[in-house]
Design a protein around this ligand. Structure first.
Ligand SMILES: Nc1ncnc2c1ncn2[C@@H]1O[C@H](COP(=O)(O)OP(=O)(O)OP(=O)(O)O)[C@@H](O)[C@H]1O
Ligand SMILES: [Mg+2]
Length: 279
């Protein structure tokens, strides 16, 4: 896991560090998110070889509302990756927030097919995250820009998933309203992490709302003690600790929580073989 995050930190948005040598085959994971679209390339062993992430505004509450805009960005990202990769990139995977299957699967699949990727896997986001995390018992919570996705894992299997619209966008909206500044400025302030204490106090009620979403979905599972927090919003210092306190459970975040789900999407192309990578 530590090795994976180091590799990822080296290659994310850094084409000069991409290395495609010595692999037999490549697989592409495409994550069309509320705030960002991510493309991750892994080899047949599950090792990350290239990764790009770009801001986007094509999703609302977990649903793609701007197909053309999403396709344009995915096409540009794939052109960038293909421009560096001397081998064909022909197979890919896409994802959806749990419970949005009917609105998302066909749309994201069309996007992949249009950019020349055969769709070999479609997976829900928290389950994708667990292909990286390999949690045996506990919950995985993906707090992205627009939604909070929850997966409960028992005996290494995902037994429950769900998703609700609350995420980093809501934190930034509350911040913007409270400080009487624009959304973009508020989002920047939140990410830069200056005036951490003041900002945290303003967004804390949204973190509590996220906690109550998690609690509602995991409440019915007895014996659950661990919650792994992924997604860009979990980069906010103090969020995991507050969720942990609210839930009365151990909550933790891996390094680079924002890349866990997109990496898992790419790994889903490999089926069961993925678990070798982080075991
Ligand atoms: N360092 C940081 N501190 C706080 N928030 C951050 C940080 N970095 C990113 N974010 C927030 O993370 C969110 C984006 O996370 P992510 O890329 O996981 O979401 P997404 O996949 O686009 O959205 P979703 O999965 O909900 O559709 C944004 O709201 C952004 O402001
Ligand atoms: Mg996401």
């Amino acid at each position: 896991m530590k090795e994976m995050s180091q590799t990822f930190a080296r290659i994310l948005n850094r084409p000069d560090h991409w290395d495609f040598t010595g692999a037999e085959e490549f697989f592409v994971g495409v994550d069309v998110g509320t705030c960002r679209i991510k493309v991750v390339v892994v080899d047949e062993k599950g090792l990350p070889r290239a990764a790009l992430m770009r801001s986007a505004d094509v999703v609302r509450s977990g649903l793609i509302v701007d197909y053309v805009g999403a396709l344009k960005i995915v096409r540009e990202l794939m052109e960038s990756v293909r421009g560096r990769c001397p081998y064909p990139l022909a197979k890919g995977a896409t994802s959806y927030p749990p419970e949005t299957e009917s609105g998302n699967i066909l749309t994201t699949s069309y996007i992949l097919e249009t950019v020349g990727l055969e769709v070999v896997s479609v997976i829900d986001e928290p389950s994708a995250a667990n292909l990286v995390l390999n949690l045996v018992d506990g919950a995985i919570v993906d707090v992205g820009g627009g939604t909070t996705g929850v997966a409960v894992v028992q005996g290494g299997k995902v037994v429950y998933t769900n998703d609700e619209a609350t995420g980093g966008v809501h934190l930034s909206l509350v911040l913007a309203g409270s400080l009487k500044i624009g959304y973009e400025q508020a989002d920047r302030l939140k990410i830069e992490g200056k005036d951490r204490g003041e900002i945290f106090a303003i967004v804390a009620p949204v973190i509590d709302k996220i906690s109550s979403i998690i609690s509602r979905h995991i409440g019915g599972f007895s014996g659950l003690t661990k919650v792994c927090m992924v997604g860009g919003t979990c980069e906010l210092d103090g969020l995991t600790e507050r969720v942990s306190r609210n839930l009365g459970l151990e909550a933790f975040r891996p390094k680079l929580p924002q890349v866990i789900t997109p990496l898992g999407i790419a790994l889903s192309c490999l089926g069961g073989k993925t678990r070798r990578m982080c075991a």
